[in-house]
Design a protein around this ligand. Sequence first.
Ligand SMILES: C=CC1=C(C)c2cc3[nH]c(cc4nc(cc5[nH]c(cc1n2)c(C)c5CCC(=O)O)C(CCC(=O)O)=C4C)c(C)c3C=C
Ligand SMILES: [Fe+2]
Ligand SMILES: [Fe+2]
Length: 347
Amino acid sequence: MVAKSDTAIILMNLGSPDSTAVPDVKKYLLEFLMDKRVIDYPWLMRKLLVGGIIVPRRAEKSAEAYKSIWWDEGSPLIVLTRQLQKAVWHDLEIPVEITMRYGTPSPQATYDKLLKEHPGLKEVILVPLYPHYAMSSYETAVEYAKDIHRKKRYPFELKIVKPYYDRPEYINALAESMRPYIEQEFDYLLFSYHGVPVRHIRKGDVTGSHCLKINDCCHVASKAHTRCYRHQVIITSELVAEKLGIPKQKWGVSFQSRLGREEWIKPYTADKFEQLPKEGVKKLLVACPAFVSDCLETLEEIGVEGKHSFISNGGDSFTMIPCLNTHPLWVKTIGALVKEEIGEAVS
Ligand SMILES: C=CC1=C(C)c2cc3[nH]c(cc4nc(cc5[nH]c(cc1n2)c(C)c5CCC(=O)O)C(CCC(=O)O)=C4C)c(C)c3C=C
Ligand SMILES: [Fe+2]
Ligand SMILES: [Fe+2]
């Protein structure tokens, strides 16, 4: 048990609209897609594309999708992140707050709340709720939280938990959360991760000569892997499949949630739902480890749209494995990641 009243934890997730009303969804999409690490075009081009084309075209459809998964208490992503907050607080007995990259509560509101309630606060451990590094997820969340912390000169140290995609505690939590589903009869397990544009993978390559440039790049040792989303999700999948004893021919990786006309990393999950029944896969399990809390992309895109596609293409049974959410081993994993940071120098 950690009992340090001068330390607090912040769990940082992506965020959701405040409600399913079209104006709220528009506001959220604008903030999200105007992020230079998400749509990384020059500002004017981004403004024209996002404000003039993507958001006006997408907002109503997106609002309908949110309506179909919204809970009485609010957005599943926010509600589940709050439940995780309570579980971690209960486990570690140090203050835990949540913050969102887009929408509410913002990092500034969260820092202010912590300081008001704990005036002697000396250090805050920020846990990005992203196991993998991507410019459009982990990086933007962390840089935003650091920027606000620096600009507003908050009097506490901010320490950041690094991507944990291959950490034994995380792999064990993920594998054990999936085990009850694996023990049922199934033909194939698909790990479906949120996609990113191919360009982002190349741009994030710190060596400039590795990612998608050499054969089987994700399995050839390189410094690029510290920031390569594709490498990191492949490693998570391999480690979990190994831990669960699933043979290579019975599982695969794909990428969902593509936006726009650019090429995103492949294979696409939507194509898999069409192809797999034709290859004899009738009983499908789908896990989505890029998300630690169930959200629009799991509940609607996979659980509703994906299921419909797989079944209408000839599949018999489709099971979406829930995200880690508040699984006790996930709560313990967060505790282990946090304890490593407590007392260490700022990263
Ligand atoms: C897992 C990490 C995520 C990465 C990487 C990511 C990249 C990325 N996303 C978009 C565009 C959209 N994503 C949307 C929803 C959404 N995305 C993530 C996570 C990652 N995104 C989550 C957890 C969610 C769900 C939020 C919720 O409220 O439940 C949306 C909004 C919904 C919609 O209209 O489809 C958009 C838009 C891009 C362009 C991108 C990489 C460049
Ligand atoms: Fe996304
Ligand atoms: Fe790579």
